[in-house]
Ligand binder design. Structure first.
Ligand SMILES: [Zn+2]
Length: 361
């Protein structure tokens, strides 16, 4: 549906002329034969383009029946667009660099730039932007210059599920140049379909003239057979991320088991704490009974030893309750180390006590 501009829209007026006016067929100077009017949104406000169309004046020349558009017009907006390149790039950047939603982009265009587009048309521009970006990413000349310093390359393939229930997106990346080469959503990830992607990667590598040193993946069957068939002799390794993730499960299970064992062994904290507190309470009541009038007496003989015992208990309880940490820093391992430190600290205190402290014990 063509855009309906409000009647009071204040357009800036740009006249565009043909620069090269030589007839492409006979070389004669072309004449202006018609005007085409076009309106687009730009970030600087609405714009009306007046495009002067040229054609060859000689009715016998094939150039007579063809009109030529001003060369500069596609540099302002592509045919069929209602927005200029500046708005187009603004939309694409907000979507893909800032991850804005389409309704958010639409509202911001309206609020900040008075550009009224429907959600459908914003979505449409987003798709075109994405297509252009993909084409640019896959441009062979750009890739060649990106890879000119590399002797070899390392490829990886992985299936991602952007959202649950969606088809899996298969992504082929090159790890040394850190580039996503291409991605394709496969409804059925049969061995043949996967092999087609691997064969495509092979054509890319050949077009770049680079030898593939290594493939990495999570070693699904289809990857293993496809890579073996298309890249005979090229090593195929587990990618570190998948390796770690697969390793993490048994490691965390073993770690969790070790934690249970340690917690079983280190028990009775509450009993120790209660005995310290009971002793303190008895001491306090004795003091109150014997010297009820002296209010400062309670502070005179603080239970230093009891305080140290309570501190140890609090420390050990903290250690036993610490559940944070992934497979690289397993909580059970940290617990064992921390309990070992407490043990060593207790040993040191006890040996000082045995030798006899110069001050009080
Ligand atoms: Zn001509």
């Amino acid at each position: 549906m063509p855009h309906r501009w409000p009647e009071d829209t204040d357009f800036a007026l740009w006249e565009l002329d043909v620069i090269d006016r030589d007839c492409p067929c006979c070389g004669r100077m072309m004449h202006i034969c018609d005007h085409r009017y076009r309106r687009v949104f730009t970030l600087d406000g609405p714009l009306q383009l007046v495009c002067k169309l040229n054609r060859c004046p000689d009715p016998r020349c094939p150039g007579h029946s063809r009109t030529k558009n001003p060369e500069t017009e596609p540099g302002i907006a592509l045919p069929g667009w209602i927005v200029g390149w500046d708005v187009f790039c603004w939309i694409g950047h907000r979507r893909f660099a800032r991850h804005w939603s389409i309704p958010q982009i639409r509202m911001e265009l309206l609020d900040s730039h008075a550009i009224a587009l429907s959600e459908n048309s914003v979505a449409n521009y987003v798709r075109r932007y994405q297509t252009m970006l993909a084409a640019r990413q896959q441009d062979l000349d750009t890739l060649r210059s990106h890879y000119c310093g590399f002797e070899q390359i390392i490829l990886s393939i992985d299936g991602l599920q952007p959202e649950k229930g969606h088809e899996t997106l298969y992504v082929v990346r090159e790890l040394l140049g850190k580039r996503v080469w291409f991605a394709e959503a496969l409804i059925s990830a049969s061995a043949d379909e996967v092999r087609r992607l691997i064969a495509l990667a092979k054509r890319w590598a050949e077009a770049l003239g680079k030898s593939v040193a290594l493939w990495t993946s999570d070693k699904q069957d289809a990857f293993v057979t496809g890579i073996k068939a298309e890249f005979p002799g090229v090593p195929h390794r587990y990618c570190a991320n998948h390796f770690l993730r697969d390793l993490a499960k048994p490691v965390l299970e073993a770690d969790s088991h070790a934690k249970v064992q340690m917690r079983k062994k280190v028990r009775g904290l509450r009993g120790i704490e209660r005995s310290v507190l009971d002793r303190r309470r008895d001491a306090t009541s004795e003091v109150i009974e014997t010297r009820p009038s002296d209010s400062t007496s309670k502070g005179d003989a603080p239970d230093v030893g009891g305080g140290v015992v309570l501190d140890y208990c609090a420390m050990v309880r903290g250690i036993l309750n610490d559940d944070q940490g992934g497979p690289l820093h397993p909580p059970g391992l940290r617990m064992a180390e921390a309990l070992g430190e407490v043990h060593a600290s207790l040993d040191r205190s006890l040996s000082v006590k045995k030798r006899g402290s110069p001050k009080r014990n």
